[in-house]
Design a protein around this ligand. Structure first.
Ligand code: ATP
Ligand code: MG
Length: 190
């Protein structure tokens, strides 16, 4: 069974984060553990409603999600964060917040290509960006900094959602082993 910790899904808009987060949550809950999804979009309706899309606001968005994730993990939950989190700086800080608390953290990059994300475009975000109706669209005129050392890279679209779930949970399980006292040589819990 998954132990408490955060699975952090980062990727371009429409890369498949929300879809994968829901599949992960369902799978983890079937195994008897409570999972909480922190979806960047939904949090922007509430706790992050005061934030825009400048670099500073995007970093603050990620900082708050990191802190909330840490609290949930300390309460014994598995957190699945589904946040574009386009800046390396923000993701590094999210990892640091968890490390300081001794909480497992798995950074997963959804490396769906921009072309594929634009083809999907369920919210019409890229289309509006291309038309010039809006600016600051990640991947178009706002940067997405690919993670320099993600724990795992998945390619939803080339891989099925179920394949991604399996790979992520396997990597998350390995994290528990290497985080155990004694490091990677420590035996896995039964
Ligand atoms: N593995 C997949 N294969 C094909 N299509 C997918 C896959 N995963 C998600 N999609 C589709 O791609 C679109 C975007 O997915 P989703 O909303 O999960 O992305 P997102 O990363 O959460 O986007 P956003 O950052 O805008 O919230 C949806 O229409 C979804 O049905
Ligand atoms: Mg989403």
């Amino acid at each position: 069974m998954a132990t408490p910790g955060t699975i952090w899904l980062t990727g371009l808009p429409a890369s498949g984060k929300t879809t994968l987060a829901a599949a992960l949550r369902d799978r983890i809950q079937r195994e008897g553990r409570t999972a909480q999804v922190l979806d960047g979009d939904l949090l922007r309706d509430g706790i992050n409603a005061d934030l825009g899309f400048s670099r500073a606001d995007r970093l603050e968005n990620v900082r708050r999600v990191s802190e909330v994730a840490r609290l949930f993990v300390q309460a014994g939950l598995v957190v699945v964060a589904a946040v574009v989190s386009p800046h390396e700086e923000g993701r590094v800080r999210a990892r640091r917040v968890h490390a300081a608390a001794g909480s497992p953290f798995l950074e997963v990059w959804l490396a769906t290509s921009l072309a594929e994300c634009e083809r999907r475009d369920p919210k019409g975000l890229y289309a509006r960006g291309r038309r010039g109706d809006i600016s600051g669209v990640t991947g178009l005129d706002d940067p997405y900094e690919p993670p320099s050392s993600p724990d795992l890279v998945v390619r939803p679209g080339q891989q099925t959602v179920e394949d991604c779930v399996e790979e992520i949970l396997r990597a998350f399980g390995r994290l528990r082993v290497s985080a155990a006292p004694g490091g990677a040589s420590a035996p896995a819990a039964p």
